[in-house]
Design a protein around this ligand. Structure first.
Ligand SMILES: O=P(O)(O)OC[C@@]1(O)O[C@H](CO)[C@@H](O)[C@@H]1O
Length: 393
């Protein structure tokens, strides 16, 4: 981005700011929630106590020499951040570090009896089992009778607004939905998105969808993929999930399986979608990827060569959600009118962001939209989860 002036990287050290509240309040609340959700042993409680003290008052500590992911974290900047307060390093980095440390504290990485036990699973399952999910799945019966174009539009918007279903976010934004000013899209490049996906019946390209949350976001993401495959707009899809539990509700392979079972068990059109997705996975038209970089504390500009090659080969990469957006544009406090195309110029292929706005980071707004949002809501539109965007470059 040679002509784009740079912007400050977000840190968590400004009391009263959104990043500060995540480190000072949301992370302790997540520790409490996880602690209460499982009958953890005394050593796990002790490790959670230590994490609570460390993440709020301590400094970043090195990983043990034999940690399974030490090499990755060394590459991702751990040596440079060691000894510094969690509040003084890039916010994006501190947040990822928090989830890495939390999984360690509950024994997720093992060895031991708690190895592989997702500390967020009870919350994810509760959401998948919620009556709202039943309603959303039942609505698919009606949708199946609509013209394909209408179905495509509805499924794209389902996937977009599904991004509100973020369990970590709800911890600190309860009620945001009720107090919202008019919800709406602040940028809408959906025509470009459809044109990149190509005409129906002739698509041979591959869509990469970089998933965000499990449950009520992942279900509509899967429905969108199923629709695009069935409609012949794409020949194949790669669904990128997280290699381990992350940001409370981020989707892992286990969550994909839970979502598919939920669909196939629902009956009606939902079950038909579920069966189609199941066979697409079985015959290779839909592939799952759980790349370590998907849970890295760095912007996508620093992605490794294998991931870069994968995105370069895709017809389109759709990045879902707020965190992926932050990583895509660099987690910087850009002027909101900074062109999206400029800050994503490094991306190796066509890229689309589908995101509800849940952090201060924003690019690609026109000046009138920014002024209107500020006048109506102050800064709340940036973090309240009540607005969304579809941006394509
Ligand atoms: O990526 P998602 O699920 O849409 O949102 C992640 C999120 O809840 O976490 C961060 C704060 O912890 C914010 O960027 C955002 O609000």
């Amino acid at each position: 981005m040679p002509d784009t002036p740079t912007a400050p990287v977000l840190l968590g050290n400004e009391p009263g700011s959104f990043p500060h509240s995540v480190l000072a309040e949301r992370h302790p609340a997540i520790i409490k929630q996880v602690r209460e959700a499982f009958p953890y042993a005394p050593e796990q409680h002790r490790a959670l106590d230590e994490l609570l003290a460390n993440c709020t008052e301590g400094t970043i500590e090195p990983l043990p020499a034999d940690a399974h992911d030490r090499a990755n974290w060394d590459d991702w900047g751990l040596p440079a951040h060691t000894g510094r307060s969690w509040f003084d390093v890039p916010w994006l980095w501190s947040e990822s570090w928090f989830y890495r440390r939390l999984l360690d504290a509950v024994g997720y990485f093992g060895p031991g009896p708690w190895q592989g036990i997702d500390p967020f699973r009870p919350f994810k399952l509760a959401e998948l089992d919620a009556p709202e999910t039943d309603e959303e799945l039942a609505a698919l019966d009606d949708l199946a009778r609509r013209p394909a174009g209408e179905q495509a539009h509805a499924l794209l918007h389902g996937s977009l607004w599904g991004n509100r279903a973020d369990l970590g976010f709800r911890l600190s934004a309860e009620g945001a939905r009720d107090t919202a000013a008019v919800p709406g899209l602040v940028a809408d490049d959906s025509d470009r998105l459809w044109s990149l996906l190509g005409p129906t019946d002739r698509g041979t390209g591959t869509l990469c969808l970089v998933a965000d949350n499990a449950g009520r976001e992942l279900v509509p993401d899967l429905l969108l993929i199923a629709h695009l495959l069935a409609d012949g707009r794409i020949g194949g899809a790669v669904l990128h999930v997280k290699p381990h539990p992350y940001y409370v509700s981020d989707a892992t392979t286990a969550d994909v399986v839970d979502a598919l079972r939920r669909l196939t068990g629902a009956g009606g059109a939902a079950a038909a979608y579920g069966r189609r997705l199941w066979s697409a996975l079985s015959d290779g038209r839909l592939t799952l990827r759980a790349h370590p970089f998907s849970a890295a504390p760095l912007p996508y500009a620093e992605m490794p060569a294998d991931l870069r090659a994968e995105f370069a080969a895709a017809t389109l990469t759709i990045l879902k959600g707020d965190l992926n957006y932050r990583r895509l544009v660099g987690d910087r406090l850009w002027a909101p009118t900074t062109p999206f195309a400029d800050v994503t110029a490094y991306f190796p292929g066509p890229v689309a962001a589908l995101r509800t706005l849940k952090s201060d980071v924003i690019t690609g707004l026109d000046a009138r939209t920014e002024t209107a949002l500020n006048a109506a809501e102050g800064r709340r539109w940036r973090t309240g989860g009540t607005h969304a965007l579809i941006q394509v470059a």
